[in-house]
Design a protein around this ligand. Structure first.
Ligand SMILES: CC(C)(COP(=O)(O)OP(=O)(O)OC[C@H]1O[C@@H](n2cnc3c(N)ncnc32)[C@H](O)[C@@H]1OP(=O)(O)O)[C@@H](O)C(=O)NCCC(=O)NCCS
Length: 190
């Protein structure tokens, strides 16, 4: 499969590039960014292979910096889907701790928005934990508005020592209406 290639230019991380995780990228991603317990990269890459999602990775050369998913099937939370059946959701936004505060998250979201706009969608949503003030602040800065729609999610995560944890969080849906331009700092390359 060939993908349009997105190059995001960053003030801080020279040569940062955001692109969907290719078959070729997957082994390097798994090697450079291990996820103990569960092979998250393979799961997300497989979801992408079915067409339900796009798994975006930010790279600096061969180093993966962070990731985000676009859910083409719409919002994941039941309340969010009911309230806004046509919105596309960006989720699993994650920047590796050592690369935070260098605009990687900003660039991942800009790249995701460009993909969403390129398929003709205009309303893009993000669910953010009501306890994650830092992420909510970033999303507000990027133009996302709280909707008051909340969903509860439960998941298992495995720490660096291999211990499993049950987590429950309440997420609030935030939304942004994209204009006709997908983003001023994103360039498309074939
Ligand atoms: C939330 C998260 C994705 C943000 O990623 P990030 O790469 O640090 O995001 P950015 O660097 O684009 O923006 C973060 C902050 O850095 C600031 N920043 C952006 N570019 C910057 C730059 N060039 N120099 C210095 N600071 C910068 C932003 O203004 C923002 O400031 P704020 O904290 O006051 O809002 C990241 O912290 C993360 O992965 N957290 C754990 C998982 C998580 O919570 N995911 C969100 C689920 S909803």
């Amino acid at each position: 499969m060939t993908w349009p290639r997105l190059v995001a230019q960053s003030d801080c991380i020279v040569g940062m590039e955001v692109r969907p995780c290719s078959d070729r990228d997957l082994p390097r991603l798994q090697a450079e960014w291990p996820t103990p317990g569960t092979d998250i990269h393979r799961a997300h890459h497989s979801a992408q292979g079915t067409g339900v999602a796009t798994y975006l990775i930010a790279w600096q050369g061969t180093i993966p910096l962070g990731s985000a998913m676009i859910q083409w099937g719409g919002c994941v939370g039941a309340n969010a889907r009911r309230a806004h059946p046509d919105w596309i959701e960006i989720n699993h936004v994650h920047v590796r701790p050592e690369h935070r505060d260098q605009a990687v998250g900003t660039r991942l979201i800009a790249a995701a928005e460009a993909f969403v706009a390129s398929r003709g969608h205009r309303d893009v949503a993000l669910g953010v934990s009501i306890e994650n003030a830092a992420a909510a602040r970033l999303y507000r800065r990027l133009g996302y508005e709280p909707t008051g729609v909340r969903d509860t999610s439960s998941y298992v995560w495995v720490d660096a020592d291999g211990h499993r944890h049950d987590a429950h969080e309440e997420d609030e849906l935030m939304v942004k209406h994209l204009g006709s331009s997908p983003g001023r700092e994103i360039g498309w390359q074939r």
